[in-house]
Design a protein around this ligand. Structure first.
Ligand code: AVJ
Length: 318
């Protein structure tokens, strides 16, 4: 198997983690894949495309709220701060904060898609010449060491309701970890998608143009490249639905036929109609979220809701 051999020879530590997690997920009785592996460069671009869709209300709703929030923050935050963005992506939202908050001298954007992050950081540097930008290529589902912890106070920024990818239990663990790594006196500005009519939710994850379907399937191509797999994207259908009992959108890939897929030296059998669970996107009422945050040692300072109550941004204090 020459292709797999060379993939292994050039495998970095991160690639080993990916292979291990992929094999572990596909070995479960109910097959699953970690949603962080949506985000290679292509996946990050697909996500940007999703954000431009009429159906995908979370992005534009939060984006429209941010200038007002930034203005309020400029009165609430007086001291110098580093901003730490979790899952920074294309660094679009942070611009709206930076424009209103001159007390931010340094930005520490964290993202798992390294090339995409470095390009976005280079572009941001041209716009904010006096801002120090230190891109951190890391998986924030694990502990991330930040520079000058407890020395320079931190404002964490976790927009887009990415917190929803975690189960409530994982979300508490993440919030607890984030509180520790942000250090003494930390603040966290976090965007959380609210519970709402299931038709609105359903449309947001089943867009007419099929961009979400492409985004979902791309996880297979990413795995093929990084872990020596032979998935055929065309043999899997996108399936997304709202599960009201769990309060979450679930995304799955459904095998169109009986097939065997190879990932490095491992083989995985799929029956026709068998699913891979690729993503959860949990929705919380503002009260539910504050209860969760409290379990992780954060208290709510302020919250902002849009008029239609489609999206909520919380400011938390450690
Ligand atoms: C980036 C995790 C917030 O859950 O809405 C968009 C990802 N998945 N469409 C979300 C996503 C399908 C998005 N998050």
């Amino acid at each position: 198997m020459p292709a797999a051999q060379s993939a292994r020879a050039s495998a970095t530590k991160t690639d080993d983690t990916l292979l291990r997690e992929v094999v572990e997920g596909l070995s479960q009785v109910h097959k699953q894949l970690p949603s962080k592996y949506f985000y290679d460069s292509a996946g990050s671009r697909y996500f940007d495309e999703i954000c431009q869709l009429e159906e995908y209300y979370p992005y534009r709703t939060e984006l429209a709220m941010l200038p007002g929030i930034a203005d309020d923050l400029s009165h609430l935050i007086r001291d110098q701060r580093d901003v730490v963005e979790f899952g920074a992506g294309s660094l679009v939202k942070i611009r709206l904060l930076l424009q209103h908050l001159p007390q931010i001298k340094r930005l520490l954007p964290i993202d798992i898609a390294g090339d995409h992050l470095r390009e976005a950081a280079a572009e941001l540097r041209r716009e904010f010449e006096h801002l120090e930008i230190v891109p951190i290529v890391a998986d924030f589902t694990r502990q991330v060491e930040l520079p000058d912890r407890n020395k320079v106070k931190k404002l964490g920024f976790f927009p887009g309701s990415t917190i929803g990818n975690f189960t409530p239990l994982q979300a508490v663990a993440f919030l607890d970890r984030a509180r520790r790594s942000l250090g003494a006196g930390a603040l966290l500005l976090i965007g959380v998608d609210t519970k709402k009519a299931p038709e609105i939710l359903h449309r947001a994850y089943n867009d007419k143009l099929g961009v979400t379907a492409k985004f979902n399937r791309n996880i297979l191509t990413h795995i093929n490249r990084e872990a020596g797999g032979d998935f055929d994207e065309d043999k899997f259908d996108h399936y997304a639905f709202y599960n009201p009992t769990q309060g979450r959108i679930e995304m799955h890939l459904i095998s169109r036929e009986q097939q065997v897929v190879t990932v490095e030296d491992y083989q995985f059998a799929f029956s026709k109609g068998e699913n891979i669970h690729t993503e959860n996107s949990h929705k919380y009422t503002p009260e539910e979220f504050l209860t969760l945050a409290a379990e992780a040692g954060w208290r709510g300072v302020r919250k902002w809701l849009d008029d239609e109550e489609l999206f909520c941004v919380h400011l938390l204090q450690a």
